[in-house]
Design a protein around this ligand. Structure first.
Ligand code: ADP
Ligand code: ZN
Length: 600
C-alpha cells in the first residue's frame, strides 16, 4: 500500500505493539515517519482508527494523500459543510473507514462521543501530543479532554505521538493522557541533514536575502518573525527583491491565510514569511531552509520549527539572525506577561536555554540534543563545528561595562540603555552624552580597544549570562547580584568572539545551490527527471493536490535513475505503492520511453 521497502527506525516495533492492542507514547523527530506507526495498525485492526489532530487546515491534504494510496480516510471538523460531515459519519458507522481524522474540540462534544460509541474503533492516535503539556510551547486546552478517552474506551489502544518533548514535557504528556502504563518509544531526535547556524544580527533582511541568493535560490523556505508587522514588511521586502514570498499570521483574514498556505504547499519554490501561527503539521517534504529573523521563545519551539526543513532527508539549512535587541525584547515580554510568578519563571527558563544555545562555543547540535536528554558528540555540520568560534577573556571588558551601568544607575531621573553606555565607553561626544555631562565620567573613553559591534556583543552576552539585566520599556540596563561578583569579587567572564561573517556551507553532503532535486543525476536521467516533474505538476494541478501527494522528489529521482521498463520494475521503487502503480504506472512508463517511444 505505501510502497516502501522496509520500516524505518522503531516503526516496526511500534506497529506490532499497537496492532497487538498496546498503548504507546512515540517520540520521533519531524520527518521520522510517525504517521505509519498508527496508520498500519489502523488498517490491520478491525474498525476505524480515530486520529486526533489540531491541524484542521491540513486535514483535507492528509486525507487526500491517504486516499491516493488507497486508504479509506475521512475527516470531521468545524470547517466542513454539514452534508460532507454527514457522509463521513455514515461511512464511519457503516464500517467503511480505515481512518477518521478529528479536531480535538470535537471530542469534548457529547454528540461526537455518542457517534463514536455507535461505531467500531480500532485505536486512538493522538497526534502533536505535546499540545496537552502546559510546560511545552503549544498548549491547547482542548487536549485536556483527551484523558477521558481511556475511561470511555478502556479496551481501545491509544498511541500518542510528538516530535518535541523534553523529559519534563514527556512526563506531563504521559500523565495527562493517562499513558503512564504505556510503552514509550523514544527515537533519536537528530536531524543530521539540517545544518544549524546562528549568526550575529546586523541587517537581518539583507542577511536573509544573501542567504537566499547564495545558497537557496528557487528553493522553498519558511521565514519566522516575531510580529505581524515584521512578517508583512519582510514579505514585501523579499517580493521587492524579486523573490516569491507570502505572509502568514493570525491577523490575516482566514481566507487569505488558507489561500497562502495552499499556494505554499502546492507551488514550487515559494517562501512563507510567518509568525509561529504557521507550520505545525506542514508536511511539505522539500522545504530547504528555515530562517529565524527573531529569537524564538524556547528551544522546544525552535527545534520544532527548524524541523520543518528537509523532511525528505536532503541537505537543508536552519539559519537564525540574533542580536542584542532580541534579548532586550524577550526579557521585556516576559516581565510584561500575564500570569503568576511561576509562569514568568517558566518563560525565563525557556529563554535562558535558548540564549545558551545562541551563545555556545560548542557544537549546536550536541547542545540541542542535550536539551532533549540525548547525549551526542560534535556533528561536523553546524556553524560552530565548521568554523569554531574563539572564546576570549572578557572580564575586563565586562567590568568596564558594568561600572558604566553602575554610574548611570546613580542618575536620578534618567534611564539609559545599551547605546548610551557604549557611546560613553567609546568616548563619543554625542548630543545626549554632552547633555548629561557623561563625558565627565571616569569611564568616558575607557573602552576604545573594542569596536562598537563588539561592545554590543559584550552587552548581549552579559544579558544572556544573567550578569546584567534590563528593566522597563526603554531597555534600561541594571546590575544583578551576579554583576557584583564580576565587579568586586574577580569572577571571570568568558565571552564568545562573534565570527565576522556567517560560516559557509562546507560540510560534506552539501550541495551547490539550485537544481537541487536533480543534483547528482547523470545528464540523461536529469532530463527524464525534469520531464517527470513536469508531468507531476500537471497531474497535481488537475487533481487539486500538492505535487508531493502524487510522488515525492526522491521517488521521481529513483525512477529517473533506474529507468524501469515494466510495471513490475516500477513497483520496486521506494514510494510506489499498489494504488499509485495502478493509477500512474502507465503514464510514467510512457515518459520513460521518451518522445520517440510508442504512443500512449
Ligand atoms: P512525521 O509525522 O514523523 O513528521 P511522516 O509520517 O510524515 O513523518 O513521514 C515523513 C516522511 O517519510 C513521509 O514523506 C513518509 O512518506 C516517509 N516515510 C515514512 N516511513 C517510511 C519508510 N518506512 N520508508 C520510506 N519512507 C518513509
Ligand atoms: Zn556541530
Amino acid at each position: 500500500m505505501f510502497g516502501y521497502d522496509s520500516f524505518r527506525g522503531q516503526q516496526q516495533e511500534i506497529v506490532e505493539h499497537v496492532t497487538a492492542g498496546g498503548d504507546a507514547l512515540v517520540l520521533m523527530p519531524t520527518g521520522g515517519g510517525k504517521s505509519l506507526c498508527y496508520q498500519i495498525p489502523a488498517l490491520r485492526r478491525a474498525g476505524t482508527g480515530v486520529v486526533v489532530s489540531p491541524l484542521i487546515a491540513l486535514m483535507q491534504d492528509q486525507v487526500d494523500a491517504l486516499r491516493a494510496l488507497g486508504v479509506r480516510a475521512g475527516f470531521v471538523n468545524s470547517a466542513q459543510q454539514p452534508g460532507e460531515r454527514r457522509a463521513v459519519e455514515a461511512a464511519f458507522l457503516a464500517g467503511e473507514l480505515d481512518l477518521l481524522y478529528l479536531a480535538p474540540e470535537r471530542l469534548s462534544t457529547e454528540s461526537t462521543l455518542r457517534l463514536l460509541e455507535r461505531g467500531v474503533i480500532s485505536l486512538f492516535a493522538i497526534d502533536e501530543a505535546h499540545c496537552v503539556a502546559q510546560w511545552g510551547h503549544d498548549f491547547r486546552p482542548d487536549y485536556l479532554a483527551l484523558s477521558a478517552l481511556h475511561q470511555r474506551w478502556p479496551a481501545v489502544p491509544r498511541i500518542a505521538l510528538t516530535a518535541t518533548a523534553t523529559k519534563a514535557t514527556r512526563a506531563e504528556i504521559a500523565e495527562r493522557l493517562n499513558l503512564t502504563g504505556a510503552r514509550h518509544f523514544v527515537s533519536s531526535f537528530d536531524r543530521p541533514n539540517i545544518q544549524y547556524r546562528i549568526v550575529p544580527k546586523n541587517e537581518p533582511r539583507r542577511q536573509l536575502l544573501d542567504l537566499i541568493r547564495t545558497e537557496h535560490p528557487g528553493d522553498a523556505g519558511i521565514v519566522y518573525c516575531l510580529s505581524r508587522a515584521s512578517v508583512e514588511a519582510t514579505a514585501e521586502f523579499l517580493v521587492r527583491n524579486g523573490i516569491g514570498a507570502l505572509p502568514y499570521h493570525a491577523g490575516l483574514d482566514p481566507g487569505t491565510r488558507s489561500a497562502n498556505q495552499a499556494r505554499f504547499l502546492r507551488e514550487d519554490g515559494l517562501l512563507m514569511v510567518a509568525t509561529i501561527a504557521f507550520g505545525m503539521g506542514i508536511d511539505k517534504p522539500d522545504v530547504r531552509f528555515i530562517a529565524h529573523l527573531d529569537l524564538p521563545r524556547s528551544v522546544e519551539g525552535y527545534y520544532q520549527e527548524t524541523g520543518r526543513a528537509g523532511r525528505d532527508g536532503l541537505p537543508s539549512t536552519a539559519w537564525m539572525a540574533y542580536g542584542l535587541a532580541d534579548v532586550v525584547l524577550q526579557r521585556k515580554l516576559i516581565d510584561g506577561s500575564e500570569g503568576d510568578g511561576a509562569h514568568r519563571r517558566r518563560l525565563a527558563a525557556h529563554l535562558d536555554a535558548m540564549l545558551a544555545l545562541c551563545e555556545t562555543v560548542e557544537c549546536r547540535r550536541s547542545q540541542l540534543l542535550g536539551y532533549f536528554g540525548e547525549p551526542a558528540g560534535t556533528c561536523g555540520n553546524c556553524d560552530t563545528c565548521l568554523t569554531p568560534p574563539k572564546a576570549w577573556d572578557g572580564t575586563v571588558a565586562a567590568q568596564k561595562l558594568l561600572s558604566t551601568v553602575w554610574r548611570l544607575g546613580h542618575e536620578r531621573h534618567q534611564k539609559f540603555g545599551a547605546g548610551q553606555a557604549i557611546d560613553i565607553l567609546l568616548g563619543r561626544r554625542t548630543p545626549k552624552v554632552i547633555q548629561h555631562a557623561h563625558d565627565a565620567l571616569t569611564v568616558f573613553g575607557k573602552g576604545t580597544e573594542l569596536p562598537d559591534t563588539q561592545w554590543r556583543g559584550v552587552v548581549r552576552q552579559l544579558l544572556a549570562q544573567g550578569l546584567l539585566a534590563v528593566e522597563g520599556d526603554y531597555g534600561t540596563l541594571v546590575l544583578t547580584d551576579a554583576s557584583n561578583e564580576v565587579l568586586y569579587r574577580g569572577r571571570q567572564v568568558l565571552l564568545r568572539h562573534d565570527p565576522p561573517r556567517a560560516a559557509a556551507r562546507t560540510a560534506k553532503g552539501t550541495r551547490p545551490a539550485a537544481a537541487a532535486a536533480a543534483a547528482g543525476l547523470p545528464g540523461e536521467a536529469a532530463a527524464v527527471f525534469e520531464r517527470l516533474r513536469a508531468w507531476r505538476a500537471a497531474a497535481a494541478k488537475d487533481q487539486g493536490v500538492p505535487a508531493y501527494v502524487i510522488f515525492h522528489d526522491a521517488t521521481l529521482r529513483q525512477i529517473a535513475a533506474r529507468s524501469p521498463a515494466t510495471l513490475a520494475e516500477l513497483a520496486m521503487v521506494n514510494g510506489v505503492g499498489e494504488s499509485k502503480l495502478a493509477r500512474y504506472g502507465g503514464p510514467i512508463l510512457d515518459i520513460l520511453r521518451g518522445p520517440g517511444g510508442p504512443a500512449p
